[in-house]
Design a protein around this ligand. Structure first.
Ligand SMILES: NC(=O)C1=CN([C@@H]2O[C@H](COP(=O)(O)OP(=O)(O)OC[C@H]3O[C@@H](n4cnc5c(N)ncnc54)[C@H](O)[C@@H]3O)[C@@H](O)[C@H]2O)[C@@H](O)CC1
Length: 492
């Protein structure tokens, strides 16, 4: 997992580094990284034109010092537009000494047509939305498809926010320092960062409570069956989902659980028959389970159905097993006893806002903060679904799931996800890990099988993804090839 730092935490890490290594030239190393990436992007065309948009702070310092570090044989023609006329003094002197020239806004705007690379050094950690000439330049660069290398982050984004203001640079590549910030990993901001390259600058990022899951983390997290496994040890998941009004949710949740992999799925509720007709391995009766998924497709608008769901939720809570609470069940939390240990709530932004008694926009403005608050209030882990998918634990730790394409933004994805997370919970994974793994599985599946595939059909591709994880574990020696395909005893 990658640490994700806030701007404040990053400044603290930087200060701690300087306390230990007084005078260490972090800007020099950052500039060398910018120069390396600029050179790589420019390739070997003759006398490339490089335009630097330079702000007033240290972000411009990195960009400008980098210009003095470009290989002389590149013969780059470097022009600097200082936003609002002033910029980082030493950086500017270094760039001028290497042959760069300062130009005004009009000249910079005209130069765009001949610019091979725009180095965006307006602002990094201190970035706020662009306005005036800077906004005009960003817009024109986008319209003219100018290639942009952003230093630390595309100017106009805010380091700790996931939103993408219209007036921000759109980078082909972003070289970020020490550790990524929220804007680099959470959509839609992350989509403006292009290819994000992390330069650690040999600075310890320190402790952080926020991490981004990587695709390479997933194989080891998945509960692969062992030679000694049997259905009871792999996990029994009970589904209490669907209703007369929304029977499909029960089928979708069962698809999520079955194609994620589990020992047995039980569906004792009224939608059980519909589920069994689609998936005959499902047991439409109660009995022992290790975890429950409930709430998907519950009809909480009809008073009689709502009362029945409420009774059933209280009953399930009384069993004391870990549960995934999805959709309708989230609306009933305030009316039932406290949840057992190890539960997972799976709200989207609107449901999370209702849970917190806030506006949806508030949640969207600070998705991780909202998930943390809900986790602290309910004592459950909270997987926020949507463009930002992240699971928060009651102690404040947050893990962002692997990102996928927006094809999964469709009705039914959440029902599949709740079933999938329930299967993983039943297998013994901690709640937030189950949520992050299920969300990541769906994202990876949609990346491998893009297009408008209905969520239950997409679930049928989960096994391919999981099989590739098993291949990976065998390749790295973390799983015996015999567990994957027993060879038996062969003639000597
Ligand atoms: N903190 C660190 O550990 C390191 C920082 N470095 C660089 O330093 C940067 C942080 O430097 P600073 O704290 O000086 O902050 P920035 O250079 O990110 O920006 C702050 C300045 O930019 C102005 N600004 C912000 N948004 C603007 C906008 N939209 N239009 C015009 N002006 C705008 C602010 O008014 C302020 O003067 C990092 O992003 C990185 O590039 C690197 O040198 C390496 C190490």
């Amino acid at each position: 997992m990658l640490p994700v730092l806030t701007a404040d935490a990053l400044r603290t890490a930087e200060q701690a580094h300087w306390d230990e290594h007084p005078g260490d030239d972090l800007m020099g190393r950052a500039a060398a990284e910018v120069a390396r990436h600029a050179t790589e992007m420019l390739g070997d065309g003759p006398r490339p034109v490089v335009l630097v948009a330079a702000g007033p702070g240290s972000n411009a310092g990195d960009a400008l010092h980098a210009m003095a570090l470009l290989p002389p044989q590149l013969g780059a023609v470097v022009r600097i537009w200082p936003v609002r006329g002033r910029t980082h003094r030493e950086g500017l002197d270094a760039a001028l000494a290497a042959g760069a020239q300062v130009i005004g806004f009009e000249e910079a705007a005209e130069l765009l047509a001949r610019t091979d690379l725009l180095v965006d050094g307006i602002a990094g950690l201190g970035s706020r939305p662009l306005d005036g000439e800077a906004a005009r330049l960003a817009r024109a660069a986008h319209a003219q498809r100018v290639r942009v290398l952003s230093v630390d982050l595309p100017s106009g984004l805010r380091a700790d926010a996931a939103d993408a203001p219209e007036d921000a640079f759109r980078a082909e590549r972003t070289v970020t320092f020490i550790a990524p910030k929220l804007c680099h990993v959470a959509a839609p901001a992350a989509l403006l960062c292009g290819d994000v390259r992390r330069a650690t600058l040999d600075v310890d990022p320190g402790e952080t409570t926020t991490h981004q899951a990587a695709a390479s983390d997933l194989p080891a997290w998945y509960p692969m069956p062992q030679a000694s496994s049997q259905k009871y040890t792999r996990g029994l998941i009970g589904l209490e989902t669907g209703s007369a009004r929304y029977p499909g949710a029960a089928v979708l949740g069962a698809a999520g659980a079955l194609f994620t992999g589990t020992g047995m799925v039980r569906h004792p509720g009224e939608a059980g028959a519909a589920v069994v007709s689609r998936f005959p391995s499902v047991v439409a009766a109660g009995g022992r389970v290790q975890a429950w998924t409930c709430g998907s497709g519950w009809d909480v608008e009809d008073p009689a159905a709502r009362a029945a769901h409420l009774d059933r939720l209280a009953e399930l809570i009384g069993e004391g097993r870990p549960m995934v609470l999805d959709a309708g069940a989230l609306d009933l939390i305030a009316e039932v006893p406290p949840l057992p240990e190890g539960c997972l709530l799976t709200p989207h932004a609107g449901e999370l806002a209702r849970l917190l008694g806030r506006e949806r926009e508030d949640v969207e403005a600070d998705p991780l903060g909202a998930a943390r608050e809900a986790a602290a209030r309910t004592g459950a882990s909270v997987l926020l679904k949507g463009t930002v998918q992240a699971a928060a634990d009651p102690d404040g730790r947050v893990v962002l799931a692997v990102r996928g394409p927006a094809w999964t933004a469709q009705a039914g994805s959440g029902d599949v996800l709740a079933g999938s997370a329930g299967a993983l919970l039943a297998a013994g994974l901690p709640a937030s890990r189950a949520g992050v793994l299920a969300a990541s599985l769906q994202a990876v599946a949609a990346t491998r099988s893009p297009g408008p595939i209905p969520p239950d059909r997409l679930a049928t591709t989960f096994p391919e993804v999981i099989a590739s994880w098993e291949d990976e574990l065998v390749r790295t020696g973390d799983r015996s090839p015999d567990e994957q395909a027993p060879r038996g005893v062969r003639p000597s």
